[in-house]
Ligand binder design. Sequence first.
Ligand code: ZN
Length: 321
Amino acid sequence: MKVIQALSAAVPDPISSVSDFRFRRPLERIREWEGEIVLASELQKEMPGFNAYKGIYKPALSTHALWIRQTNRGVYPDSDPVFYPDGSWTYRYSVESQHGKLDESLATYKGLLQCMKDGTPVGVFRQTADVSGKTAYRVLGLGIVEETTGKQFIIRGEPINETSKPLSEGVVAPFKPFEFSPTPVEEVVRKLRERRFTSIIRELYHEKCSLCEVGYRMHGRPLALDAAHVIPVKEKGVIADLRNGLLLCSNHHALFDGYAWTFDKDYRVLVTEDREFRQSAMANHLLGWEDKRLPNLPSSQTNYPATEAIEWRLSEFRERQ
Ligand SMILES: [Zn+2]
């Protein structure tokens, strides 16, 4: 398996600060799993401590915590992670506390505080609904412990855009429609970006097509749902920015890519005037959405497809009329 060495030339890989291979390898594995739903039985095989510990895990031989695991039956329910348009996320992990205060004498908390001090990444696992009757976790990915409020640790997903450092919580990065990379992006970095884009787009669009709202599922996983780019990757459209994306079923994705339809900056559906298409599409529901607003969009407007990307698409669409 290929080891991800660095996120980009501009961002030193935080994993490289972990000198002990026994802990570095699991962190690399968590990064490879980012966004995926993994069975607990698989995690027990590959993740140190997973079959014995819940909450925060700090290996006895390390001064740093290695991972955090949120179970559905946790005493202190956590909140859902917040995703930012640039693909990063924040996750607030509630800790067991005494009299409402964090007990800093516990080795696990010390391990997490040490991560915060040294910028050492920590893995985050959250239990999901069972997959075919088996316990499963969503691997949120690697994060940096940014701060502690006394009751919660605030963990920030590691950055994958060249714009290096994650922005402060609540700050939205300006939308840059095209990939700009002064240095060629490593293949592994590109894959990581695509994976993050796919998993977050799925979540933002409630695992349903933005147009027809179909959300196929089988064996506990989504099926025939694609995270589509508004400005295609082959046109150098930005890969990991959520505002260059939307979730479509495979059918509507193919028709979108074929410029049979698009949407305007008010998210209203436009269908090609091509008569042959319109006749051949009679049996398809696509025509029924014409002039209507896309029914399934993210809960937060900051994550909607960006106007610049929509306009690029519209002009390509018009050229093909
Ligand atoms: Zn659809």
